[in-house]
Design a protein around this ligand. Structure first.
Ligand SMILES: CCCCCCCCCCCCCCCCCC(=O)SCCNC(=O)CCNC(=O)[C@H](O)C(C)(C)COP(=O)(O)OP(=O)(O)OC[C@H]1O[C@@H](n2cnc3c(N)ncnc32)[C@H](O)[C@@H]1OP(=O)(O)O
Ligand SMILES: Cc1cc2nc3c(=O)[nH]c(=O)nc-3n(C[C@H](O)[C@H](O)[C@H](O)COP(=O)(O)OP(=O)(O)OC[C@H]3O[C@@H](n4cnc5c(N)ncnc54)[C@H](O)[C@@H]3O)c2cc1C
Length: 680
């Protein structure tokens, strides 16, 4: 089967000679890689036909790039584009008939995750949080009432949780929903300035509904935060509903299309049945019925953390594609003075910047596949009433959200640096990738806070291991390390042994952190104070646990893929797997020297193995990023286009600057001339 038969795009332009040369060197079958990467022939066909559809839509052609637009123009343009995407989603979801989470996530990934709107999709939150909140919190009757309308976009919604005063500490939220038994309604209020909702995506001017998280009061008692469906704008006029104070929170570092808003509520009345009652319930007489677990109110956040990991893998792969292609076209300096200037990709330091990022993007994607399977298993258990695996999923989703967002943000910045000065131009498109990844380090749980959540779980698991109790699968390895003394793990440079060495690092650091907590308690600190004082140790443990999970997932998934792949592709996959493992091991070399039998000689060998991987991947670097199969339209970069005509594209982009549309700017007459003519 040939890729041509499933719609491969051919470049219209003549391809840069150096880039073509790279493609000629590729040792593996790219079609085979692409099919593995996207999940099969049908998926590839669908992906390409979807991309061609959007690329050909006149609505998606910017005459002037949006980064030259004002705050307001940019918002209006992104809404216009978003409605084109949403019309397509609406059709697909309506055809589907009923809500199916797997297909739903596929549409999200296809239509939102692809990044058709580089500046962020103002309607994205409707799909990424509002609908999942309905699915996670609404009773079957409420789902009948809201889900179809939301899938059809008859109502458009946001998820309003964060307030001006609180984002992390959810128990501190101040918005109140007080039950009025006289009228069978809730009265929702923002009692203080700090209780104003602040940040929710699309809340400002876009949505007409939102799920509002508020403290539930009934019969004078507070029952904690719960989700409520609130209509914030009229369905016909879009005017704010009575008691609703709503607007835009202003310009941001990135995500400029995502209309983040504020919301104040003054005596807003909604029926009692506007409380989302899948988990907790409030009866007609005001009696509160507890959910099976108080953390079910946090369910939407787990789902979104899971999809963020997948989204980050794609962002990193796109940034790496741009930087690898550019590095093959860009020539700078001589290695051998007798020969022409080299492609910058031939500098080993450049390879060390980029190839580990290519490998990391793949490892994160494989991890997200694994995490998604865990999510599906846990959700199915939850639906049949078992909450046993939820803490484990929460803990792993937290640290993977952290590792994926922080590595992507850092990785995109490395890609920008790898493209020298031109990487700093907006038309290189690193700014959008960076600001999206950087925002993801904060939203959906600030990264440090999430590492502390994982650490809280690990400490609990350690204590259970010490008591000889059975542990959950992702932390089962701790059982091998219980005991008072640091255990030196026997080092060897085989990939599975290195991955196990990560377990040894987690377990030993965790033991030490638990001892620190105990020592601090013994000196009179409360458990909370002792935990806070041990925070630095705890976040390190949680991060290494996350990194171990990434390596383990990638290794298992690569091994599985290698069983079916052709020999040349197996060799590429093995090198990618080794590179990501060596790279992560070098990152924690201090801990490896401390907790394993690794010697100075072993470390040097590890560094040599790492360099050998860079060398082995060099001929295939362009082949691999091409096989990610991102069309130019999706990459959105003058530096990363398939044809490699970098300088022509940079020039064409500069010509779009509004400043270049007239020979003399008015500032000459207004300011420069008077300055030049003025005499002191
Ligand atoms: C594949 C598809 C790809 C598609 C791509 C599509 C492209 C789009 C990409 C995505 C874009 C998404 C856009 C999203 C925009 C941002 C939205 C937001 O920020 S919205 C705003 C987001 N805001 C935030 O994220 C706020 C962050 N803050 C929080 O999450 C919490 O308040 C807290 C966890 C920090 C503390 O809470 P507190 O109550 O003080 O908790 P304690 O510490 O006292 O622990 C109590 C117990 O609860 C447990 N537990 C806790 N959480 C969970 C959970 N989720 N579950 C289960 N359990 C949980 C915990 O373990 C503990 O158990 P135990 O030890 O007692 O057994
Ligand atoms: C682009 C973007 C989109 C967003 N979209 C939405 C949305 O759609 N809906 C919504 O409801 N919200 C949204 N948010 C808000 C977001 O979820 C919060 O900003 C986020 O959860 C962090 O909370 P915070 O702002 O209160 O940070 P803070 O908690 O104030 O963090 C400040 C600092 O304090 C530290 N800190 C706080 N608590 C602890 C602790 N317990 N232990 C150790 N350190 C701590 C943090 O590590 C951080 O360094 C969005 C935010 C952004 C940036």
């Amino acid at each position: 089967m040939s890729l041509i038969s499933i719609g491969k795009r051919m470049p219209a332009q003549v391809v840069n000679k150096d880039l073509q040369n790279e493609r000629n060197k590729c040792t593996f079958n790219q079609e085979e890689f692409t099919l593995w990467w996207v999940g099969g022939e049908e998926q590839l066909k669908e992906k390409r036909s979807r991309e061609s559809y959007f690329e050909s839509q006149p609505e998606f052609q910017d005459k002037v790039p949006l980064h030259f637009a004002s705050h307001q123009e940019l918002y209006e343009e992104t809404v216009r584009k978003a409605t084109v995407i949403f019309t397509k989603v609406k059709k697909l979801l309506t055809e589907q008939g009923k809500y199916d989470e797997k297909k739903y996530v596929h549409f999200m990934e296809a239509l939102l995750g692809t990044g058709f709107i580089k500046e962020g999709n103002p309607l994205g939150i409707h799909f990424s949080m509002f609908i999942p909140a309905i699915v996670g919190h609404a009773s079957p009757e409420q789902q009948d009432q809201y889900l179809k309308k939301a899938l059809n976009c008859e109502i458009i919604g946001s998820y309003a949780q964060t307030e001006l005063g609180h984002g992390t500490f959810l128990r501190g939220l101040e918005t109140t929903a007080t039950f009025d038994p006289q009228t069978d309604e809730f009265v929702i209020n923002s009692p203080t300035l700090t209780s104003y909702k602040w940040w929710p995506g699309a809340l400002a001017q876009t949505v007409n509904h939102c799920v509002v998280m508020a403290q539930l009061y009934s019969n004078g008692k507070c029952y904690g935060i719960h989700p409520f469906m609130v209509q914030v704008r009229d369905s016909d006029t879009h005017m704010p509903m009575p008691g609703i104070d709503i607007g835009d929170i202003g310009d941001k570092m990135g995500y400029k299309g995502v209309n983040n808003g504020y919301l104040g509520l003054k005596n807003v009345r909604i029926p009692r049945t506007g409380m989302m009652m899948k988990n907790a319930k409030l009866m007609r007489d005001g009696t509160y019925v507890k959910p099976s677990s108080s953390v079910l109110a946090y369910g939407t956040m787990v789902f979104v953390r899971v999809i963020i990991v997948r989204n980050m893998a794609q962002s990193l792969a796109k940034a790496a594609t741009i930087a690898v292609r550019y590095s093959s076209v860009r020539r700078q300096s001589h290695i051998n003075p007798e020969l022409p200037e080299v492609q910058v990709i031939d500098h080993v330091t450049q390879q060390a910047k980029l190839f580990p990022l290519v490998a990391k993007a793949i490892a994160l994607k494989l991890t997200s596949d694994n995490l998604w399977q865990m999510y599906e298993r846990t959700t199915s258990d939850l639906n049949s009433g078992s909450l046993d695996r939820l803490p484990e999923l929460h803990a792993i989703a937290c640290c993977l959200k952290v590792v994926s967002t922080s590595d992507t943000a850092t990785g995109v910045e490395v890609c920008r640096l790898a493209c020298g000065g031109h990487g700093y131009l907006t038309c290189a498109n690193f700014l959008n990738y960076y600001s999206l990844a950087s925002a993801a380090s904060t939203y959906e749980g600030e990264n440090t806070v999430l590492l502390l959540q994982t650490a809280r779980f690990l400490v609990k698991m350690w204590n259970q291991a010490v008591q000889g109790k059975q542990l959950m699968p992702t932390v089962g390895y701790l059982q091998n390390y219980v005991g008072k003394q640091v255990q030196q793990f026997p080092w060897s440079d085989s990939v599975p042994v290195i991955i196990s060495a990560f377990q040894a690092v987690v377990a030993n650091k965790l033991r030490i952190a638990c001892q620190s907590i105990e020592k601090r308690k013994a000196k009179g600190a409360t458990p909370e104070e002792a935990t806070n004082m041990t925070g630095l140790e705890l976040i390190q443990v949680a991060e290494v646990h996350g990194r171990w999970f990434v390596l383990q997932s990638a290794y298992e998934m690569f091994e599985k893929a290698c069983q079916k792949a052709s020999a040349p592709l197996v060799s590429v996959m093995q090198n990618l797997c080794k590179l990501v493992v060596y790279d992560e091991a070098l990152r924690i070399r201090g801990d490896l020297l401390r907790f394993t039998t690794m010697t100075e000689t072993d470390l040097v060998k590890l560094e040599q193995n790492y360099e050998a991987c860079l060398q082995a991947l060099r001929p295939n670097a362009v082949g691999i990023v091409d096989a990610f199969d991102y069309p130019d339209f999706v990459l959105g970069s003058a530096l990363g286009a398939y044809d490699g005509n970098v300088y022509e594209r940079l020039f064409a982009e500069a010509m779009k600057s509004p400043l270049n549309q007239e020979p003399v700017n008015k500032t000459f007459e207004l300011y420069l001339k008077p300055l030049m003519k003025s005499r002191l």
